[in-house]
Design a protein around this ligand. Structure first.
Ligand code: BG6
Length: 363
């Protein structure tokens, strides 16, 4: 039942204020400005001992892991990286005792991710799961973790699970940060930021009509470029993934800083760019990149917090500001609606894109 929406994808996009509330529920510990995560099965001494975090998942789960790695590095100052579980399991990975491994999966049944978890465990590594489906294979295999409580996700393309996974990583990062060097004041700032996210998602969803118009305008281009720098980069990757999955429009994601090292050769009137531009210390750098794209007459749609000079971006989607570390979570939401309405404009099979399955349980 799509609950009055045209597709499950749209229903799930609209469920996000409440699915995020469920992911947060009972986990924001305002007394100690930290996150309460009993399921990690890890005491403070253990949580302090890890020197590295490695995050594994496939597809959107992997991209949310990239966002998560950034949050963990920023808030807990532990070197953190994400890698596709499908690559990791095929390359005889070195498993380190002082690395915390985190497996991400909406379904909990993705075979590549499960195989990665089994390989880590076989070699004696510690793995946490960030999983939506209670009692799933990956959840059972892990040493502990967090359930998203996002509710069932039916549409093949992930939206609410992606967002809830990012929220889960913010909680894990806050928790790891507060047993290390994240100050109580910064912990309070992140707690307040997390609690503001559901209403801020509501504000973004209220712009649905404008985003649908923009998607219709851009959907008839043969391809699109998505760029972001540092905090914006995982958002750009997931935005491109969403567009290609559901609309079949070719979408490339590049770090904004890499454009001049190759892909700038592609930029011109036929290849629009979606630029993810958080209002952080890299804002000026990002605006310079927009200037470089416009100088080649590339159309620009900016997703950010402040309306840009129309010379730099002819179109913009603005989202409310939260804390700089959490802003990427909000910047991703309009790109889900953008992909959805591009797919609708092109009359695609939105909930069941060709060649894709919701969970790939085979090798
Ligand atoms: C893919 C799905 O095959 O699996 C994606 O098409 C999904 O939408 C990916 O992100 C990972 O799935 P899961 O269930 O492990 O998060």
């Amino acid at each position: 039942d799509t609950g009055g929406h045209a597709h499950f994808l749209l229903k799930e996009i609209h469920e996000q204020p409440t699915s995020v509330e469920r992911t947060l529920s009972g986990r924001v510990d305002e007394r100690f400005s930290t996150a309460h995560l009993g399921g990690l099965n890890m005491d403070a001494r253990e949580a302090r001992a890890f020197t590295r975090v490695k995050i594994l998942g496939c597809g959107s789960a992997y991209y949310s892991g990239e966002l998560g790695a950034q949050l963990i590095e920023e808030l807990a100052r532990i070197p953190a990286h994400a890698e596709p579980a499908s690559e990791f399991r095929y390359r005889n990975p070195v498993i380190e005792a002082d690395t915390l491994y985190i497996a991400v999966s909406q379904s909990g049944e993705t075979y590549d991710t499960l195989a990665a978890v089994q390989e880590i465990k076989r070699k004696g590594g510690r793995v946490l799961g960030v999983v939506n489906t209670v009692g799933s294979a990956i959840a059972r295999e892990c040493d502990g973790g967090m359930y998203l409580h996002a509710g069932p996700e039916i549409s093949v393309a992930s939206t609410k699970a992606f967002t809830s996974t990012s929220i889960a990583f913010a909680l894990i990062a806050l928790h790891l940060g507060r047993v290390r060097d994240l100050s109580p004041a910064d912990g309070r700032r992140i707690c307040a930021g997390l609690k503001a996210i559901p209403d801020q998602i509501r504000e973004i969803l209220a712009q649905e009509k404008e985003i649908a118009e923009l998607a219709g305008k851009y959907a008839d281009h043969p391809g699109m470029m998505f760029v972001g720098r540092v905090r914006g980069w995982p958002v750009a990757r997931e935005g491109a993934q969403k567009l290609k999955e559901v609309s079949y429009v070719h979408a490339e994601a590049y770090p904004a800083s890499e454009l001049k090292h190759g892909p700038l050769a592609l930029i011109g009137p036929d290849l629009p760019t979606v630029a993810v531009v958080p209002d952080d210390e890299l804002l000026e750098k990002n605006l310079t990149t927009l200037g470089e794209i416009r100088a080649r007459r590339g159309p620009v749609l900016m997703v950010g917090h402040t309306r840009p000079d129309p010379k730099l971006a002819e179109d913009a989607i603005l989202v409310p500001r939260n804390e700089p570390e959490l802003d990427p979570i909000l910047l991703g939401i309009p790109l889900q609606l953008f992909a959805y309405y591009a797919a609708v404009a092109l009359e695609r099979d939105v909930d069941k894109p060709r060649n894709l399955a919701k969970s790939v349980t085979v090798e």
